[in-house]
Ligand binder design. Sequence first.
Ligand SMILES: NC(=O)c1ccc[n+]([C@@H]2O[C@H](COP(=O)([O-])OP(=O)(O)OC[C@H]3O[C@@H](n4cnc5c(N)ncnc54)[C@H](O)[C@@H]3O)[C@@H](O)[C@H]2O)c1
Length: 254
Amino acid sequence: MASVFITGGATGIGAASVRKFAANGFDVAVFDINAQAVADLAHEGHSGSITYFETDVRQRSAVRQSIAAAAEQLGAPTALFVNAGIQKLAGIFEMEDEDIDAIIDINLKGALYTVAEAAALMRDAGNGGTIVLMASDQALIGKEGSIVYGATKGAVAQMAKSLSMALVEYGIRVNAVCPATVKTPLTDQVFQWIADKHFSGDKDAAWAAEAKTLPIGRVAAPEEIAEVVYFLSQPTSSFMTGAVVPVDGGLTAQ
Ligand SMILES: NC(=O)c1ccc[n+]([C@@H]2O[C@H](COP(=O)([O-])OP(=O)(O)OC[C@H]3O[C@@H](n4cnc5c(N)ncnc54)[C@H](O)[C@@H]3O)[C@@H](O)[C@H]2O)c1
């Protein structure tokens, strides 16, 4: 049975991806800090299993232990989706040290720890595999208030390229996805910041303005990103590795 390991699978794009894989018979291991949301996902009943492993990806020892525990239960993963992330907007003159550390530790170091642990299992199993890293449109373009977040996502996109070189000899393909704005719990909080700064606190107005910045005329649903993640994890994408893939309604084509 195929298995996928997903970090940050409790809500948003991660949860949509958990559903997509589990609906297609994958056994899914979710590494997150939100046990309740993953329990709710598991109760929906899919053809593949959904198992929760409490993991703060900032802690290398926690990542190591959880991935080892998941491998004990499910074997080496066929696919890995490195998705856990946070975003907190702040101007260059208002950034808090604590936020800088958290964004870098979760989005960048957490991704690195996760790949290092899971790719070793794939290498040792000898069956190849796929890795999808969650970058962002902000790996490709700048956005106000996203200075630290954008830096981590640019780094993650670059990491996909180097990892693809490092892991090709083991038959492991590595790609990154770069979504534009998706409606999720993360962006709900981000758009309050934008609304307060530019729309007198009117969050609906902020969302409407965001939709207009995208050539396609709307923001994305989490499922639209999960479809691309799933494709990049399937043999149908067999010639893709080291790719940084925009999923952005035309934003970066302008
Ligand atoms: N929503 C967007 O517009 C958008 C666009 C581009 C990229 N992204 C990226 O997509 C990923 C998912 O974001 P989302 O929008 O679905 O938001 P989300 O908040 O719904 O999902 C983030 C997930 O990561 C988990 N998480 C947070 N901190 C963690 C930690 N320390 N250890 C383990 N898990 C942790 C959360 O519990 C949650 O399940 C993030 O990496 C985000 O940067 C989002």
